[in-house]
Design a protein around this ligand. Sequence first.
Ligand SMILES: [Zn+2]
Length: 120
Amino acid sequence: MQQQTIAGIGNIYANEILFRVGLHPNARANRLSRLKIERLYQVTREVLQHAIACGGSSVKDFFAPDGTEGRYKQHHLVYGKEGKPCPNGCGQVIRRLQSERSSFYCPTCQKLRSLKDHSV
Ligand SMILES: [Zn+2]
């Protein structure tokens, strides 16, 4: 997950947001159309607001101060879902891209487009 794509957003949420927007984890932020950027902004707000309402994700070591687990992980569509069917029903399975951090994505719904093809 490149920090240029979504600066300062946790890996889990970045994975979830990119899936919902249909952007490949290696998509370059400076190649995005205005429409995609607006969509990204909108989905980022929705996902973060939803996650906050659920008390976070509690995937590894984060718990609320009272020790309760966040419930947002029940709403994860791709994060930690390697090998599971794509929630969009495209027939593909969720893949894991390993770099500094793991990125979970659907290779069909989140194609890395050629440089020319970023107009939509
Ligand atoms: Zn898919």
